[in-house]
Design a protein around this ligand. Structure first.
Ligand code: NDP
Length: 335
């Protein structure tokens, strides 16, 4: 098989940072040139993640112009001469910067799944949606706080992309999920994913509810991707020796805090990122096999709530940042 590779492609890029979605440009750019160790992937679906906002507004640094996107599924269209394990025509899903584009160059040593020859469009959607949020939920419940049977665990924004996956995996471990979300409709989704206790973060007092659900003891861990607005709520919800896994900034970055805050209950606070748990070949092999088994067996469901075209990423970002979405959003990449 061989593919004609054009000189230019469509991509979503930023030339400057800004709160405004207008800094997002859908534009023509050069197709990347691969090195001998890389493959060129023609993307089919790219997953939308909240992290794109942090790059857009400059909370996380980037070199401009910067192509957004962190994960995709697609097909290999060119192979560097040192690459042994991939050939033109292979279906893949992978985690990399620069996936909101028709083509991405990638070194396929790790952070890539080779998908079977008979991969359907549905599977390309699933694997394009799975990478970042799937590995985040899976590694965090194992490494950031190792969830045990019988634990009570607080999951913030439980109807979101990461939230629905965390809820399912924590439930699979035999622990009790206390879910928060901003609307009752969102809470219903968290319940369907396995949450036993529901807190409407717009109307309920989260800390008081957590105390009520845990006999006054608090939770063993709080998984908190909301950040600024919920940092103190998370700490106040923890049981003695509890762990706050603070892993995102959906409401803004957590401001500096005094370490002595932790002494009253001997608490732990972590601020992990998913790819720091997928560094060694052993880590990659273990977690990639485990995640694949979970989705292929149907034990872990990925709720793709909407597929936008690449051109409409601005709308997807507006919906996600405006708290209008649940589950996972995908971008369909034009042919
Ligand atoms: P979500 O689908 O969870 O969307 C974010 C959700 O956060 C919203 O739906 C909303 O739910 C809630 N939220 C609360 N306050 C705000 C606010 N002020 N503005 C917007 N949303 C708010 O997104 P993702 O699943 O992509 O990501 C969830 C979090 O996990 C993000 O912070 C992300 O950066 C982080 N993350 C971190 C990783 C890491 O390695 N550390 C990896 C992957 C994700 P509601 O309306 O119910 O409150």
């Amino acid at each position: 098989k061989s593919f004609a590779i054009p000189a230019t492609q469509k991509a979503i890029r930023i030339h400057e940072t800004g709160e405004s979605l207008d800094v997002l440009k859908y534009e023509d750019t050069a197709v990347p040139q691969i090195s001998d160790d890389e493959v060129l992937i023609k993307n089919k679906y790219a997953g939308v993640n909240f992290i794109e906002k942090y790059f857009r507004i400059g909370l996380y640094p980037s070199q401009k112009p910067y192509t957004l996107g962190r994960e995709a599924s697609g097909v290999v269209v060119q192979v560097g001469k040192n690459v042994q394990d991939y050939k033109v025509g292979d279906y893949v899903a992978y985690g990399s910067a620069g996936t909101f584009a028709q083509f991405t160059k990638f070194n396929p040593k790790s952070k890539i799944y080779k998908l079977p020859e008979d991969t359907t469009d549905e599977k390309l959607q699933l694997y394009g949606a799975l990478f970042i949020q799937g590995f985040t939920a899976l590694t965090f419940i194992e490494e950031a706080y190792k969830v045990q049977k019988g634990d009570y665990i607080l999951v913030h924004a439980a109807a979101g992309g990461v939230g629905l996956l965390l809820t399912q995996l924590i439930k699979l471990r035999g622990a009790h999920v206390i879910a928060t979300a901003s609307t009752d409709e969102k809470l219903q989704l968290a319940k369907e994913a396995g949450a036993e206790y529901l807190i409407n973060s717009s109307t309920d007092d989260t800390v008081a509810k957590v105390k009520e659900f845990t006999d006054g003891k608090g939770v063993q861990a709080s998984f908190d991707g909301v950040g600024k607005d919920t940092f103190q709520i998370s700490l106040d919800s923890l049981a003695r020796k509890g762990t706050l896994v603070s892993f995102g900034n959906a409401s803004g970055a957590v401001p500096p805090f005094s370490i002595s805050t932790l002494t009253s209950k001997n608490l732990k606070v972590l601020r992990p990122t998913v790819f720091n748990y997928l560094v060694t070949p052993e880590e990659w092999d273990y977690y990639s096999a485990s995640l694949k088994e979970l989705v292929e067996s149907g034990k872990l469901k990925v709720d793709i709530s909407k597929v936008y075209s690449l051109e409409d990423y601005k709308q997807a970002a507006a919906d996600l940042e405006g708290r209008k979405t649940t589950g996972k959003l995908l971008l369909k990449i034009p042919e």
